[in-house]
Design a protein. Structure first.
Length: 90
């Protein structure tokens, strides 16, 4: 599972976080009979959350430096995602 959505034969730069990736046929919500019923809701929630975040935190940017991934074979994720922002209105 940890290699899901990171196949170098399917995705260019598979380890790069690319929220604008066009070839979006990935494994995040399962497949066929095992497809997640909550997938449409999760996508809408993500869109609303990221739009609000970007609207409220002007100048949001990743801090320079390498990303550190958790060591977990079941679920891949970052240990932290350091960001900076300027003139936020939160």
């Amino acid at each position: 599972m940890a290699a899901g959505n990171r196949d170098p034969e399917r995705f260019p730069e598979p380890d790069r976080i690319d929220i604008d990736r066009r070839d979006n046929r990935h494994l995040a919500f399962g497949w066929a009979a095992h497809f997640c019923f909550g997938a449409p809701l999760a996508r809408i929630e993500g869109q609303v959350a990221f739009e609000a975040l970007l609207r409220r935190l002007a100048g949001l940017a990743l801090e320079p430096g390498p990303l550190v991934w958790r060591h977990n074979l079941g679920l891949r994720g970052l240990e932290a995602l350091p960001v900076t922002f300027k003139n936020g209105t939160c």
